[in-house]
Design a protein around this ligand. Structure first.
Ligand SMILES: NC(=O)c1ccc[n+]([C@@H]2O[C@H](COP(=O)([O-])OP(=O)(O)OC[C@H]3O[C@@H](n4cnc5c(N)ncnc54)[C@H](OP(=O)(O)O)[C@@H]3O)[C@@H](O)[C@H]2O)c1
Length: 234
C-alpha cells in the first residue's frame, strides 16, 4: 500500500477530535467510530452515549493543563488531529464585549493551537490535521464579526502549518449553516424559522466531511449561492 492510500482511507486510525459531544463533532465521532477508527473526543461535556470506538476526554481545550493531561491518556501515534470545538457570539466587532473576544479567540484560536502544540509529540509522521473554519471566514462577514475573525485566524494557522510542515496533510473546512446548538445560538422567532430552511443536518454534513477527508482536496468550501460543497485542491 502506498503512502497516499494509507493517508486517504479513514479506517483504523487514531483520531483526536475536539467538540465531539455535540452537533457536527458528535456526528463525526459516531461515523468515524462506525468506520473502525478510534476517536478520542475532547469536550467540556461527557460524550452523550456509550459508543464503541469513542473515548471521551472531558477537558476545556483553552486550559493547557487539561489538554496536556488529556493527551497523556492517548496512546500514540495520532493519525488525525481534528480541531472542531467552537462557540458562537453574534454582533459586529464594535458590538462585541471583552468576554466575547476571550470566549471566541479562546476556544477557536487558543484551543486549536493548544491541541496542535500538545498533540505534536504524538502525531504520526504523516498525520492529517483538520481545522474547522466557517463560510463566514470566506465571506468576511461583518456579523458575526469576531467569530469571523477567529475563523479566519484558524484557517491561516492551518495554512501556515501546511507551509511549514509539509509532512502533514492539512485540510480546512468552511461549512455553511448546520442545525446545531451553535447555529441556533441567539437566533429566535422569524429569523430562526428562515434559518431552518437553509440549515443542513449535522449527520449529513459530517458524512460530507468524512468523504472530503478521504479525497485529495485541501479545502472544503460551502457555496452560499448554490448551497453545495466544493472541494478545492489548494
Ligand atoms: N453549525 C454551523 O452552522 C457551523 C457552520 C460552520 C462552522 N461551524 C463550526 O463547526 C464546529 C462545531 O460546531 P457545532 O455547530 O457542531 O456546535 P455545537 O453543537 O455547539 O458543538 C460544539 C462543541 O464544542 C464544545 N466546546 C466549546 N468550547 C469548548 C472548550 N473550551 N473546550 C472543549 N469543548 C468545547 C461545546 O461544548 P459546550 O456545549 O459546553 O459549549 C460543544 O460540545 C465549530 O467550530 C463551529 O464554529 C459550525
Amino acid at each position: 500500500m502506498n503512502k497516499a492510500s494509507i493517508t486517504k482511507a479513514m479506517q483504523g486510525k487514531t483520531i483526536v477530535l475536539t467538540g465531539g459531544s455535540s452537533g457536527i463533532g458528535f456526528e463525526l465521532a459516531e461515523q468515524l467510530a462506525a468506520k473502525g477508527n478510534t476517536v478520542y473526543s475532547f469536550d467540556r461535556k461527557p460524550f452523550p452515549l456509550q459508543q464503541k470506538g469513542v473515548h471521551a476526554i472531558v477537558a476545556d481545550i483553552t486550559n493547557d493543563e487539561e489538554v496536556r493531561q488529556g493527551m497523556e491518556q492517548i496512546p500514540g501515534p495520532i493519525h488525525v488531529l481534528f480541531n472542531n470545538a467552537g462557540m458562537m457570539r453574534r454582533g459586529t466587532i464594535f458590538d462585541a464585549s471583552e468576554e466575547d473576544f476571550d470566549t471566541l479567540f479562546g476556544v477557536h484560536v487558543k484551543g486549536s493551537w493548544l491541541m496542535l502544540h500538545r498533540a505534536r509529540p504524538k502525531l504520526a509522521n504523516d498525520a492529517m490535521i483538520v481545522q474547522m473554519s466557517s463560510v463566514h471566514a470566506l465571506h468576511r462577514s461583518v456579523n458575526p464579526g469576531l467569530y469571523t475573525l477567529a475563523k479566519q485566524a484558524v484557517a491561516e494557522m492551518a495554512r501556515n502549518i501546511a507551509q511549514q510542515e509539509p509532512q502533514y496533510t492539512v485540510k480546512i473546512l468552511f461549512p455553511g449553516p448546520v442545525d446545531t446548538p451553535l447555529a441556533r445560538f441567539d437566533v429566535t422567532g422569524k429569523a430562526l424559522e428562515e434559518k431552518k430552511k437553509i440549515m443542513e443536518t449535522a449527520e449529513s454534513v459530517a458524512a460530507k466531511i468524512i468523504q472530503f477527508l478521504e479525497s485529495e482536496g485541501a479545502e472544503l468550501h460551502y457555496d452560499s449561492e448554490t448551497q453545495e460543497y466544493l472541494v478545492h485542491e489548494q
